[in-house]
Design a protein around this ligand. Structure first.
Ligand SMILES: [Ca+2]
Length: 487
């Protein structure tokens, strides 16, 4: 196609154009000639014009095909310990301000039933990056006894995209998976990385009990500004340098994980909030939102919005210590209740996904790897044992059914506190959960009617209870002993 015309119409246009030109120059052009000389006078220049138009059309077609053939970029924006309620677009909390992140929902899809696989950083991220339940490879907890690092036998999305998709790959921000060197981003398929092991650093030169050494690649470096701004700056730099090739970029903000440290200029924006902890949380989130906004603006300026699939989610829920709100859900980070694992989750891909859609079926952070592979044109193999699905056909209504009939959790909190271990299964609108922190027996909740998990229906629904317990036990048989897989 060339300006809406196909190749068959081009000769006719050339003839009409040349004839019109000749008549404009000499109104007696047609009258004064025999049919033979008329054809000759018109057809010759028409052939020349046709040749010019045809080659122009070919060039236009080639660039159109090139544009279609370009593999899309994928950007994952990850918040840390940010509760379900703490985005303006969620509509459950009034004081939070995230106008830029909210545009992802406005121009894309907002998921109301999205889960991560653990109520804690390390195991949640291990699943997000591998596309597998972390329990399958013994990565059960942040605690070293239950955390073998990312085994080499488990490939990350970055490694698959390097090997089979020819993508430029970048990691920015908190890694948080493990401190073992073989698991560092540069060793796990990321071409470029600007990162910190445990996160938990905002201002340069701030003492911390965590491993807050910043790295560029494998080289230790010093943080030079407020880390949220540094991550935003690095994201822009990465995109500018890779705008002409497909890239995968994961930006892992520390926000709003402890320590609760915000910039003064951001705190001033929330001076009307009385509670100092909540004011700080909101200021930290607003700073992340500003940086996401800068990145979205860059994608727009570069004309990359229709070439870029963007995910936004949190790695687990908020908790009282960081003042982030899981509204309307009960429970917090480190718990198996909804507040620990039910997270904000957005996707935007202009031109490919519907705009302003609210998707209400259950999805998981496990779905990010299969969706990314599909977008990159990499065929997932059965031996990869991925636990998620490609979400795109479900969102646009091309697939029947739902992405997940069931989701499962197992979480060993701390080796010295086995009473805090928990597990859960969600099947349809029901959840059976043993929330270790409550030291309780498993409880059965009907989430559609009781999203706050207040009424345990295990006694009134004994068959459903048994059925879900059996399903969970069968799934658990496929899990590794925590910490047992080291290679
Ligand atoms: Ca976290």
């Amino acid at each position: 196609m060339f300006f809406g015309l196909n190749g068959a119409q081009l000769p006719l246009i050339a003839v009409v154009f040349v004839l019109a030109l000749q008549i404009m120059e000499n109104p007696q052009f047609v009258k004064s000639r025999s049919l033979g000389s008329l054809l000759s006078a018109v057809l010759k220049p028409s052939l020349v014009l046709f040749a010019v138009l045809f080659s122009a059309a070919s060039v236009a077609n080639a660039s159109a095909e090139e544009a279609v053939a370009r593999k899309p970029n994928v950007i994952v924006i990850l918040a840390d310990d940010m509760g379900y309620g703490d985005l303006g677009c969620q509509g459950t909390v009034e004081d939070v301000r995230t106008p830029h992140i909210d545009t992802l929902a406005e121009h894309g899809v907002r998921f109301t039933q999205a889960y991560v696989t653990a109520p804690q950083c390390g195991p949640s991220r291990a699943a997000l990056l591998s596309g597998r339940y972390q329990n399958r490879f013994g990565f059960e907890s942040n605690e070293w006894a239950y955390n073998p690092g990312m085994p080499r036998s488990v490939s990350l999305i970055s490694e698959r995209l390097k090997e089979q998709g020819d993508y430029a790959t970048g990691y920015i921000g908190k890694w948080g998976i493990t401190s073992k060197r073989h698991s560092y981003p540069p060793k796990r398929g990321f071409d470029e990385s600007y990162w910190v092991q445990d996160g938990n650093i905002y201002f340069p030169d701030t003492p911390s009990k965590y491993n807050t050494q910043m790295h560029r690649g494998m080289e230790p470096i010093e943080l030079d500004t407020y880390s949220t701004d540094a991550f935003g700056r690095e994201a822009i730099d990465f995109i500018e340098r890779h705008e002409d090739e497909p890239f995968f970029l994961l930006i892992s903000y520390i926000t709003p994980h402890e320590p609760m440290e915000a910039k003064e200029s951001d705190l001033e924006r929330f001076a009307h909030i009385e509670d100092p902890l909540r004011r700080t949380t909101l200021a930290m989130i607003a700073c992340m939102d500003d940086n996401v906004g800068n990145m979205l603006e860059l994608l727009k300026e570069k004309g990359l919005e229709e070439d870029t699939l963007i995910f936004f989610l949190s790695d687990n829920g908020g908790y009282p210590g960081n003042g982030s709100l899981n509204t309307p859900y009960r429970g917090t980070k480190s718990q198996m209740l909804e507040g620990g694992i039910h997270v904000p989750f957005l996707m935007q891909w202009k031109g490919q996904l519907p705009e302003g859609k609210v998707y209400e079926e259950v999805v998981s952070s496990l779905d990010i790897v299969p969706t990314t592979l599909a977008v990159a044109g990499v065929e997932a193999q059965p031996e990869w044992q991925l636990d998620g699905v490609n979400l795109l056909p479900y969102i646009v209504g091309r697939a029947d059914g739902v992405p997940h009939e069931t989701l499962f959790w197992r979480y060993k909190a701390w080796s010295k506190k086995p009473e805090q271990d928990g597990w859960a299964i969600r099947k349809g609108e029901w959840m059976l959960v043993r929330n270790g922190w409550a030291k309780a027996a498993p409880a059965l909740y009907h989430l559609a009617d009781d999203p706050e998990q207040r009424e345990d229906l295990s006694r009134t629904q004994p068959e459903r209870y048994d059925d879900m317990l059996k399903l969970w036990s069968r799934w658990d048989q496929g899990n590794a002993v925590p910490g047992s897989i080291t290679k």
